[in-house]
Ligand binder design. Structure first.
Ligand code: SF4
Length: 365
């Protein structure tokens, strides 16, 4: 049994998808998350058992709205989508052959069929198609293969592949929520990477897959779609770094106690029996780097937030950077009130804190 298997215990490894792989990039400095993900630990179940259940994910309403919007775009052989792609990618009228890969049932067969069609298209074989609906790609994450399903990959005239991502959040007056666009771009970058690796393994130039992805969203408050090109180069490099780090996770794992495990010891009814204190103690042995962004991206966020309570880092990246070496909120308050003199490396932060305290008292009086 490897160290990672010991950490996971008897449970089956938790599978990744594009959303969870994208989430890996939001806090690349966190060893706790890196170890848990590399070991395939079910963080949601773990968080729930220790009393801090995750509270994020898409609402049923958003999922239904997304499905309706996607179905509308793909109706009649992707007619509506094709119109948008012609505009944004200058796709020629004739390039409209459509392949629905979702119709292949078995996972491996579908991945093989996707690979066959995509490599044939890379060869310039016109019969291979132009629009590939729900192809199944594979990506190695922490030593395990993960299946990924982009909404669509379009092949532009001229031999370049574009990942098309369909989202149901609205673009209002030409602008969309930056956080949602960023999350969609990271998710698309996962597909671009998987697609590039597929081509590279088959002996093709990975550069055939564009770093620009096509993001399709509803416009204003209607269901009218609008398409935009989004450059995901930065996301790709963060993603590649984080995946490479997962492959090198052994250095962190080697520093952990050999007896450490997050096995929940479920009984015959599937109910975890492991004492909570042991799991909390175990999590405390792996460094975490909580920030408020964790709340939208990691199942352990409420546990880590509770653990980090009282630390300045828990207040966010900008506070962490502004306050430098001042690690606790209570110490920051003492510096602000002048109750304790600052150490040499705290002088700048202390001045800023005193100034902020002065402004606050002026405002309040
Ligand atoms: S919630 Fe905890 S484990 Fe997850 S990324 Fe944040 S600090 Fe790391």
């Amino acid at each position: 049994m490897t160290n990672l298997e010991c950490l996971r215990g008897a449970a089956a490894p938790k599978s990744h998808n594009a959303r969870t792989i994208a989430a890996l990039t939001t806090n690349p400095g966190c060893s706790r998350r890196a170890v848990m993900d590399a070991a395939g630990i079910d963080k949601e179940r773990l968080a729930s058992h220790v009393g801090f259940p995750a509270r994020f994910g898409q609402s049923q309403f958003a999922i239904t709205r997304g499905n309706v919007f996607e179905a509308q775009l793909k109706a009649n052989g992707c007619a509506e989508l094709l119109r948008l792609l012609r505009e944004v990618l200058a796709l020629p009228i004739g390039a409209a052959a459509y392949d629905d890969l979702e119709s292949v049932n078995q996972l491996d067969a579908r991945a093989d069929r996707s690979r066959e069609l995509l490599t044939r298209a890379a060869d310039g074989d016109e019969d291979a198609g132009t629009l590939f609906d729900h192809p199944l790609l594979r990506l190695e994450v922490g030593g395990r293969w993960v299946y990924l399903e982009p909404d669509l990959i379009a092949l532009q005239f001229g031999g370049k592949f574009y990942v098309v991502e369909i989202k149901s959040f609205a673009v209002i007056d030409g602008k969309a929520d930056g956080t949602k666009v960023s999350a969609a771009a990271t998710q698309s970058a996962v597909y671009v990477l998987a697609m590039r690796r597929l081509l590279a393994e088959a002996g093709y130039d990975p550069g055939l897959v564009s770093h620009d992805v096509v993001l399709v969203c509803p416009e204003n408050f209607s269901n009218r779609p609008v398409a935009t090109l989004v450059d995901v180069r930065k996301k790709l490099s963060v993603l590649e770094r984080q995946l490479a780090r997962m492959g090198r996770i052994d250095a962190i794992v080697d520093g952990l106690s050999p007896s450490l495990t997050f096995d929940l010891q479920v009984d015959d009814a599937g109910v975890p029996q492991r004492p909570v204190a042991e799991l909390v103690d175990g999590m405390g042995q792996i460094d975490a780097r909580y920030s408020p962004e964790c709340l939208a991206n990691c199942e352990l966020a409420f546990f880590c937030r509770h653990e980090a309570r009282g630390s300045t880092a828990a207040l966010g990246k900008s506070v962490r950077e502004e306050l430098g070496g001042v690690s606790s909120v209570s110490h920051a308050l003492s510096l602000a009130s002048g109750a304790v003199p600052p150490a040499e490396d705290e002088i700048e932060a202390a001045e800023m804190l005193r100034f902020a305290a002065k402004l606050r008292s002026e405002c309040l009086s």
